[in-house]
Design a protein around this ligand. Sequence first.
Ligand code: PMP
Length: 457
Amino acid sequence: MLHSLQALDRAHHLHPFTDFKALGEEGSRVIERAEGVYIYDAEGNRILDGMAGLWCVNLGYGREELVEAATEQMRQLPFYNTFFKTTHPPVVKLAAKLCSLAPANLNHVFFTGSGSEANDTVLRMVRRYWVVKGKPEKQWVIGRENGYHGSTVAGLSLGGMAPMHDQGGPRVPGITHVRQPYWFGEGRVGEERQDPEAFGRQCAAAIEERILELGEDKVAAFIAEPVQGAGGAIIPPESYWPAVKAVLAKYDILLVVDEVICGFGRLGEWFGSVHYDLAPDLMPIAKGLSSGYLPIGGVLVGDRIADTLIEEGGEFFHGFTYSGHPVCAAVALRNLEIMEAEGVVERVRDELGPYLARRWATLTDHPLVGEARSLGLMAALELIDPASGERFDEALTAGNLCRDISFRRGLVMRSVGDTMIISPPLVISHEQIDDLVSLAREALDETARCLAPRVAD
Ligand code: PMP
């Protein structure tokens, strides 16, 4: 059974972000079921899901209430669109609930099917807003190198992932990227490590420099994740966000904060924007909105933009068949209600986040670890070659090796280059955090043993 599934997978299924040939040779791992914070593969292995699916299963697996919400809504109204002057109860209730949780200046939602579609919507709204405002020359959007905003053409253009950009074809014009606030990776001058706060201010200053290069009247918006997720769980220095806010205010540039990963409790607040005290003009969301049980995304729209588009914009020619899908909306609403009732977000902020931070920091004594950092329930380890104290030779693909070892030993940890990442379900217990950290240490030990002879070569 397992082998026939793998053979069919190889024969017919093209996986996302995958080297098709390499996976075909190796064979994919079949995941059959899941419960709580664990996934189970077809060989019966139990694996602690340190990535909450793909940064999304915030409430963990096996929540019957979400299954019931979907079933009830499927019976009641499995689909209806919201294009032609119609609406339905789940989408209205979800929109109101989201606005009650978001920063005070965000009081409208546009729904999408995914995070990428949310960022396509962002680009269209930003550009439309300035046209309606009578400033059509304000069209440039500034993103960041190594930022991630999705895989559609607009998503990848807003993002700053060089390997995606390099795969051919023109991107959406009018989008430029500035340096990222990645202190461990880029906060050095020559051999010297910079002061992190000075580095954070420099990264914010890079935005101002770009604005002046482009012309301050030509820049529409700046887009960024509160903490970069796919780029490597990159937590900016404390100085970064206040300095960014000041620059954008100075030149009247919209702030788009991509909450697709950081939203819904990941950093210990409902949104990363709350943690960093941002009042974004637009906030794309997805993933944890439904704990990943069904696909749904959206954009929370600030009053300034909503008022303009409502009062002066006329018809906005944009939308998706599944904008505000009733079943997805019903599941998302129940998900948020459960998170509120169980105090999930507060628990991440007050208990689990600080506990993970303490336990995760114990890994800094490992010879392979150059830095261990965390915020809320997102954490990263920077792998280094103990012999040099520098990164391993890229050809050794140390991060991927560690990821594969970790998976085999029972922990899903993701690698981005030689940065190891975790982002577990928000319902993880203290004991499960202990297990996670022990498994991570074992994976590091085995990685070190595997790499030692190769480094010596
Ligand atoms: N923005 C961010 C910050 C993301 O992390 C992701 C997905 N990892 C996206 C957008 C795109 O979301 P989706 O995969 O649902 O299109």
